[in-house]
Design a protein around this ligand. Structure first.
Ligand code: SAH
Length: 395
């Protein structure tokens, strides 16, 4: 047998782990656990019953992950190979899609290797490593990946456990992708930059929301896209035949990047508005001008600090929706999103309901979204199912 350390979890953590939550947190143990990054251990109950095979690593979610519920399972090339094969087989339809060539190829614990996600961008892949511990297994992981996905032309990586994103992005093997590299989602093109910091230009978890915006919510409507980043929602809306779109983001880069997304889809950016501006200032400006929008998209970061103010979804989402109600048309629609794992669906729903109630507006929630199917999650680990989107219609 291996010389693995055996770690005893606290009694209070046992039932949760048995339900299938693979995350090990400092509170999962009665005593402080010291370890070296990537150390493999066996986790047992206080009476010595086997729970799982785990690796230890410091990352924002905890101090380690159970990677297998089978005693004796190794964390090596053969194991990684199996996980990649399974991930590939459950994504058959996306891998063969004619209209979409960008999606999540591998989603960490949801696909069997906690701490690693892999996104697919039309022939290229981007690995994101979430701890130094998992990074130590890079060589075996990358060779197993190459074996299962020989058609992938080139691979990049983001080391997301690094504090600054200076040297957090790198190239691993194969051919380099063009920059920009065009990818396609439901036949809408997006310009991505696979080697520029942590963000590539598109958030792949909003695929279903963008599709519904394009096909159902936006046609013929005026659309305001707040926190618009590269304008992905605006472009989807415009491709679906929105009457007009307005994008608002405080980052300077958003102007040029949003123009680019319109242009590559054969749309003229001149037909749309793109404001480099604080969303909160824009709302006041739109109120003064008595502007009204039929569809308002809100997909903010969990937390943001600008020169003038800080915004946190937990504290400020509700008041922001109240403000936005003032610039929405009769029967206006809202697409309200949050990717903050700490902002629970129930609280988000009650915050937005409060906003409509405070304004005395009748409304209904017409649709809710979570993560798309390629962002596989583990049911027992609620935090990994971080995306919440509500579509709200004013009556
Ligand atoms: N909704 C986008 C992703 C948003 S990322 C999409 O679908 O692609 C968050 C964005 O919010 C960043 O581009 C950041 O520049 C912007 N941002 C943060 N605080 C802001 C503020 N106060 N006003 C406007 N934009 C802000």
């Amino acid at each position: 047998m291996s010389g693995k350390r055996i770690l005893t979890v606290a009694q209070k953590a046992v039932s949760h782990i048995k339900k299938g939550d693979p995350l090990l947190a400092p509170l999962s143990f009665d005593e402080e656990v010291t370890f070296s990054e990537g150390e493999l251990v066996q986790v047992v109950t206080p009476v010595g019953q086997f729970l799982g095979e785990a690796y230890l690593a410091k990352q924002n979610k905890g101090i380690g992950w159970i990677y297998s519920w089978e005693q004796g399972e190794s964390f090596d090339y053969a194991f990684f190979l199996e996980q990649f094969k399974r991930a590939k087989s459950v994504r058959k339809s996306l891998l063969h899609s004619k209209s979409t060539d960008t999606f999540r190829l591998f989603n960490a614990e949801g696909d069997g290797i906690p701490g690693l996600t892999i996104d697919y961008y039309a022939g290229y892949a981007v690995f994101s490593w979430y701890s130094e511990g998992i990074y130590l297994y890079k060589e075996d992981i990358v060779s197993a990946f190459r074996e299962v996905f020989p058609a992938v032309k080139g691979v990049y990586e983001k080391r997301r456990y690094h504090q600054d994103d200076e040297d957090a992005s790198g190239f691993i093997y194969g051919e380099k992708a063009p920059s920009p590299h065009y990818v396609k989602e439901n036949n809408v093109l997006f310009a991505t930059y696979l080697d520029e910091g942590w963000m590539t230009g598109i958030f792949l978890d909003q695929r279903h929301v963008r599709l519904d915006l394009m096909s159902t919510y936006a046609p013929g409507k005026t659309v305001l896209n707040t926190f618009s980043y590269t304008g992905a929602f605006s472009v989807a809306a415009a491709m679906g035949g929105a009457a007009h779109t307005t994008s608002v983001d405080v980052a300077n880069r958003s102007l040029e990047k949003t123009r680019e997304q319109f242009e590559i889809n054969g749309l003229s950016p001149e037909d749309h508005r793109i404001h480099v501006m604080d969303v909160f200032d824009y709302i006041q400006y739109a109120k003064r001008k008595d502007m009204k929008f039929d569809v308002i998209v809100v997909d903010p970061p969990s937390f943001a600090r600008t020169k003038k103010r800080t915004f946190s979804v937990l504290k400020d989402y509700s008041a922001m929706v109240e403000d936005l109600i003032d610039i929405s048309s009769d029967k206006g629609m809202f697409i309200l999103s949050s990717n903050a794992a700490t902002y629970k669906r129930k609280k988000f729903r009650s915050d937005l309901e409060k906003a409509f109630r405070n304004k005395g507006i009748d409304y209904s929630i017409v649709k809710e979204y979570g993560l798309p199917e390629d962002f596989t999650t583990v049911k027992a680990n609620a935090a990994s199912n971080y995306l919440k989107v509500f579509v709200v219609q004013k009556h």
